[in-house]
Each structure stands twice: as structure tokens, then as C-alpha cells.
Design a protein around this ligand. Sequence first.
Ligand code: MLT
Length: 269
Amino acid sequence: MTNTILSVDNIQLAVLDQGKGDPLLLVHGFPLDHSMWRFQIDALSTRYRVIAPDLRGFGKSDVTQGTVTMSRFADDLANVLDALKVSSAITYCGLSMGGYIGWEFFRRHRQRVSRMIMCDTRTAKDTAQVARGRLLMAARVCAEGPGFVPEAMFPKLFSKDSFRHRADIIEKTRNVILASPAEGIAAAQRGMAQREDVTQMLTSVDVPVLLLVGVHDVISPPAEMQHMANALPLATLKSVDHSGHLPPLENPDAVNKAIFSFLNPLLDG
Ligand code: MLT
């Protein structure tokens, strides 16, 4: 395993690069870091080159003040691939905000994408109320720090099963959020608040796409992801039991199995 700090576009980004094989880029959700994929990294890196960055403003990566748009994050990822000398097309795997960034990545760096795995994500833009809530959180986190963020978000992140039986992942997620830089959280919230609706682009996503969704996800509900599956030319939708918005943490075995059989249906993952 290599944990490396890459200098790209005048900032430093922390990136885990593990395994050999076709490149698989894992892009975390908000307000987390690459450790969101910890149950995937060891398993998937037995067959693939797993690249899992901390996005700008999260984990050990540098923070940018102000607003970080989904396009900015997408271009950072392309710069990371350049810095790691990844020239072959990748499988892009993103969860939620990592998925919002994925649609931009596809739009801006089409030639770099051979397949996509989109977990618990959306294509719709925010309602005015949701966008306002993001700006309020951005202002509050800058004033108070991230102490209030876990309690504000947890009811929508985890399933009831996880609250009952998975204190481990809940505590680890809490610690990741509490360690996140306030300005990084704020900048991503402002960026998500101004993202466009990209539903119309789904028909042009001409690569195989695996859509994964927790059966109890209330942020990107299964019915909404079913609409995405209907619009995408080459999509497979899989529901993940016992999960809310974070199946890679809540039901990692099911997620790993689905990813292995999508990436290589001939192998029994
Ligand atoms: C995420 O998991 O990345 C967030 O829930 C995305 C969002 O706030 O829309």
C-alpha cells in the first residue's frame, strides 16, 4: 500500500494507491474521507489498482476556502490520475457527493472512463430549501467547527440496523467528521448547493454503469435510482440490504460482491 501526498494544481492531495491491475478510482462522500472505503480497499486491491484520494478539503488533503464546485473536484481527480501516470481508462466509483463529482468527471474527462459504479447518488439539483440548508451549515461550521455535524447528518446516513448493530462504523464515521476541516466542509456544501441538474446527460453515458443503493437510503432513495437506471443506456441497479446511505460501510460484503461481479462477471467475487 502506498499513501502518498501529491502536489497538483498548487495544492497537496492525500491519495491511497494499492494493488495492481486495471485502475479503480474510489471517490468518497460528504463529509468523509477515503477511509469510507476501508472495507473495499483490501478486498478490491487483490485484483485491481485501487486509487482512493481524500478530496480537496477532507482527510489529509489541503483545504480551499470559499466554494469548491463538483467540476473542480472532478479536475482534481484527473490531475491525480496524471500525477500517478494512469493512462488507461478507469472504473470510476463514487458515493453520493462522489457520484455528483462522477457525472462531472464523465462530462469533462470522458476518455478516461471505461465503467462507472455510482452508489447512493443523484442527478437532480437541490431544491431551494436544501440549498439554503447547505449554506446555513456552511456558515455554522465555520463559526462553531464540525462538532454539530454528525448529529445533524447521522439520522439520514445510517439504517436502523446499523444504529442497532454497528456502533463501530458509527463511531469511526463520527471521528472522521469531527476531524474534518470546517472550511473544507463549508466549501463542499457551497459547491453542492450550486450544482446543476444533470439528469439529461444520463442518456449519453455510454459506458456500463453499476448503480448501488441502500434499501433504506432516504437521501438518494431506491425509486430515484431506479429512474436513473431506466435512463442510462447500460445500467444495472442493485439494492443493498441492511443499509441506508452508506452501504460500503453498512454492508461491505454485499457491496464487494456486487462490484466484483460487475467488474469481472467470470470471477466469483
Ligand atoms: C454525501 O453522502 O456525499 C452527502 O449526503 C451528499 C449530499 O449532501 O447531498
